[in-house]
Design a protein around this ligand. Structure first.
Ligand code: GDP
Ligand code: IMO
Ligand code: MG
Length: 429
């Protein structure tokens, strides 16, 4: 039996949604364990595109999906997502989608504070998705958050909102010079969501544990990417949760011994949305080509993604931080037609080569990527389904990634569709 964690190795948008959807066929449960609706996971099935922000990407494979305690949930977004899926014929009833009673709730003041803080920071802003993610995790850590357990208890919820809003409104009005929020309309609105979502709320730790004991296979779906991790990413240009595989345990309420494999999703080049360091970023026509051919626009905010070459220093960091047992390379087709490709194998800093990702942003900013050049290929690879059939230079590019990372590539994605995939080793069979 295998229970696997899937994480992004770069700065998010590596194609986690596509791969989770693909592998969910072989799993029984799919669990999101962190993040919130800052995530945008895209699945393309039979030519139809689905973008999921909160519902795990196993839902189209008709697998039981779980929103873990480590996720911060905006109930308005969740209800909208459930309605959309249901209108498209997908079963999202309480049997199919479970929500942890310990998951924290994103409130309107979280979004308001997210925007107000970014505005106040001016050109020093982080470039958040504006979804209230940071302020919600802050309240969780400072023990004034509201969980689903409280949301679905009208008396407790009313009391909490009334008391919390006093402080939030003070800071909104007097520090951020913006409008205060009305407690009663918020309570009424959220009690509507509570009624709607209550049948889904349960003790997911017990549910997952008993499934594992019965021999069921669990797929844990990460959001964001390793370099957006609150501890290990390019702080402060990060999200507010731990995105690394270790957090699958905390965010789902299981112990580390249940995890058998950890798969890292790697885009064949690198992208980043929002601000922050990006050593291999390209500002030339190749960067533009990657952005256009890869349709690199954020699935959540629609922002243009910054693009650059594949960074092996970043990848090695991810391999160590997550205990990656295998890699999935996505969007290899986007590199079709480039005359040559660059792989960043180290950074030059202060006259020497460093191969470990630095924590100090001043150092990182001064790092110059050291590249190894490989020949490109001219063929269109989107129809290829076997490794042997790939162009010689595409195989050489993949083999070099394996050599430099000392980690096996298990799946190669050559298009957004579920079937546009080359599976070398399925980690769930
Ligand atoms: P996630 O956040 O990691 O799930 O990734 P996103 O869904 O935000 O971004 C990945 C984008 O690339 C989506 O538009 C996918 O449909 C698309 N995609 C995924 N795999 C491939 C691939 O192999 N080739 C191409 N061309 N597009 C892909
Ligand atoms: P998926 O799961 C890419 C980025 C934001 C910003 C920073 C902090 O689709 O890969 P936040 O709203 O989390 O406080 O913003 O993190 N970010 C993402 N970038 N993919 C994501 O998710 C992201 N989620 C957050 O752009 O730079
Ligand atoms: Mg995304």
């Amino acid at each position: 039996m295998a229970n696997i964690v899937i994480v992004g190795t770069q700065w998010g948008d590596e194609g986690k949604g596509k791969i989770v959807d693909l592998l969910a066929e072989f799993a029984d449960l799919v669990v999101r364990f962190q993040g919130g609706n800052n995530a945008g996971h895209t699945m393309v099935v039979a030519g139809e595109q689905f973008i999921s922000h909160l519902v795990p990407s196993g839902i189209l494979q008709k697998k039981t999906c779980i929103i873990g305690n480590g996720v911060v949930v905006d109930p308005a977004v969740l209800v909208e997502e459930l309605d959309n899926l249901s209108n498209r014929g997908v079963d999202v009833g309480p049997g199919m989608l479970k929500i942890s009673e310990k998951a924290h709730v994103i409130m309107p003041y979280h979004q308001r504070l997210d925007h107000a803080r970014e505005k106040m920071k001016g050109d020093k802003k982080i470039g958040t998705t504006g979804r209230g993610i940071g302020p919600c995790y802050e309240d969780k850590a400072s023990r004034r958050g509201i969980r689903f357990a409280e949301l679905i208890d009208p008396e407790v919820f009313t009391e909490m909102v009334t008391s919390i809003l006093k402080e939030k409104n003070f800071s909104l009005e007097h520090f951020f010079a913006t409008e205060a929020l009305d407690p009663q309309s918020m309570i009424d609105q959220y009690q509507g969501y509570a009624k709607r979502l209550a049948p889904h709320v349960t003790n997911i730790s017990v549910f997952i544990y008993s499934a594992i004991k019965k021999g069921k296979q669990v797929l844990f779906e990460g959001a964001q990417g390793t370099h957006l991790d609150i501890d290990h990413g390019t702080y402060p240009f990060v999200t507010s949760s731990n995105t690394v595989a270790g957090n699958a345990c905390c965010g789902a309420g299981i112990g580390p011994k249940e995890i058998t494999d950890v798969i890292g999703i790697v885009k064949a080049y690198t992208t980043r949305v929002g601000r922050g360091p990006f050593p291999t970023e390209l500002f030339d026509e190749i960067g533009d080509k990657l952005q256009k051919k890869g349709a690199e626009f954020g699935a959540t905010t629609g922002r243009r993604r910054r693009c650059g070459w594949l960074d092996i220093v970043l990848l090695r960091n991810s391999i160590r931080l997550n205990s990656l047992t295998g890699l999935v390379i996505t969007k290899l087709d986007v590199l079709d037609g480039l005359p040559s490709l660059e792989l960043c194998t180290g950074y030059e800093y202060d006259g020497r080569i460093i191969s470990d990702f630095p924590a100090n942003l001043k150092v990182l900013d001064a790092c110059k990527p050291v590249y190894e050049t490989l020949p490109g290929w001219t063929e269109d690879i989107t129809q290829i389904r076997k490794f042997e059939d790939l162009p010689k230079n595409a195989k050489a590019y993949l083999t070099r990634i394996e050599e430099l990372t000392e980690t096996p590539i298990q799946i190669i994605s050559v298009g957004p569709g579920r079937e546009e995939t080359i599976v070398l080793k399925n980690p769930l069979i």
